[in-house]
Design a protein around this ligand. Structure first.
Ligand code: PLP
Length: 372
């Protein structure tokens, strides 16, 4: 690596925290002094602010994005014996949330340009046992919510959106998370809106769904020591809520920067013949990741690494081929588009803090070695 070229991380949480340090520390001191460390007013304030940013009526803060999705599904009535149609091309948490309820994930293949589940295949996968559809807005690109909603309505199944990578993303002007029964979000540190630890959120238009989620995540409490359902401890920490409340004020601005950065990458990589994410015109994607396909991934990642450039592979093994999912009975070849892209995708550095100079450097190294 050239000594004059500092490392370019795939995501730069440190730079974000340097800027916000005084504000975050003030917010943390508030929580510390309040002695309300679990749930409490800081969580409530953040729930209201986050719901309002997404045009959602109600929200429930919880311990992480996996818990958020599972709680939303449970509140929607998903349970043992049910089938839930989703994508195999996602982080494992999507399917875990379904499996932990005793339900079965039914994986459908994806569309090649958006990497999101193909609505035509969702329609074909509906059976008598289908209880829910879980669209994952992967990389921050919204799924085709019009078609999915039509399928859900026609077949009387619920939609629970996995929005872990898609804070503020919009489909036809409407924020993700608000199209179905509920939407779940993750605030894992590297997410577009990230905590300094684990946190998650369920949003919904339906007050009953959120009351049910809030009850489930706090031991099924009716009152302090009266528990009318068997619940969990999946509550949100006040410290995380306070940090997220500070960061939420910058999310619009950070999201615009991500879009500009994606445009800058696109303008170099598309003319060079690379397959980049193709968000449909009726969506406003938020580029949680900037993903490009390459023919020679190993060679390319070696070149990036030796030039001090961070990268990721999201995700190398689709869920239907994971050892933990082998009982579901899928085989190599079951989902051809998913399997083909999993062998070719590569995530380049992407965050609001990335500069044009850094993007130029990443592209110089990348184009110098990668083959479309
Ligand atoms: C698509 C997707 N779903 C669910 C999750 C789970 O979120 P968490 O890590 O907060 O549990 C993540 C993030 O890691 C994700 O990317």
């Amino acid at each position: 690596m050239n000594a004059a070229s500092p490392r370019i991380p795939i995501v730069n949480v440190e730079a974000q925290h340097q800027k916000l340090r005084p504000e975050i520390l003030r917010a943390l001191r508030d929580v510390f002094d309040s002695r309300a460390y679990v749930q409490g007013p800081h969580v409530q304030v953040f729930e209201t602010a986050f719901a309002s940013e997404h045009g959602a009526a109600h929200a429930a803060g919880c311990s992480n994005g996996t818990a958020a999705l599972s709680l939303a599904l449970e509140a929607a009535g998903v349970g043992p014996g049910d089938e839930v149609i989703t994508t195999s091309y996602t982080f494992v948490a999507t399917a875990e949330s379904i499996l932990h309820l005793g339900a079965t994930p039914v994986f459908v293949d994806i569309e090649p340009g958006t990497y999101n589940m193909d609505p035509r295949l969702v329609r074909q996968a509906v059976t008598q046992r289908t209880k829910a559809i879980v669209p994952v807005h992967l990389y921050g690109t919204p799924c085709a919510m019009d078609e999915l909603r039509e399928i859900a309505n026609e077949n009387d199944v619920v939609i629970v959106e996995d929005c872990a990578q898609a804070h503020l993303a919009k489909f036809e002007g409407q924020a993700v998370g608000t199209f179905g029964r509920a939407g779940s979000f993750s605030f894992y540190p590297g997410k577009n809106l990230g905590a300094c630890g684990d946190a998650g959120m369920v949003v919904s238009e339906d007050e009953n769904t959120i009351s049910r989620v809030k009850k489930l995540l706090d031991h099924g409490r009716e009152t302090k020591y009266l528990h009318d359902i068997v619940g969990y401890n999946r509550r949100m920490d006040a410290m995380q809520a306070a940090i997220l409340g500070v960061k939420l004020r910058y999310l619009e601005e950070w999201t615009s920067r991500r879009r500009e950065n994606a445009e800058a990458y696109d303008s170099r990589l598309k003319p060079a013949g690379f397959q980049v994410i193709e968000p449909p015109d009726n969506t406003e994607p938020v580029y949680h990741l900037y993903v490009v396909q390459v023919d020679n991934r190993e060679e390319t990642t070696e070149a990036l690494a030796s030039n001090g450039i961070g990268f990721g592979i999201h995700y190398p093994t689709p869920l239907h081929l994971q050892p933990s999912m082998s009982e579901l009975g899928y085989k190599a070849g079951s989902l051809p588009v998913t399997e083909a892209v999993a062998g070719r995708i590569l995530s380049l550095p992407m965050c609001a803090e990335l500069s044009q100079g850094q993007i130029d450097r990443v592209c110089d190294v990348f184009v110098g070695v990668a083959r479309p």
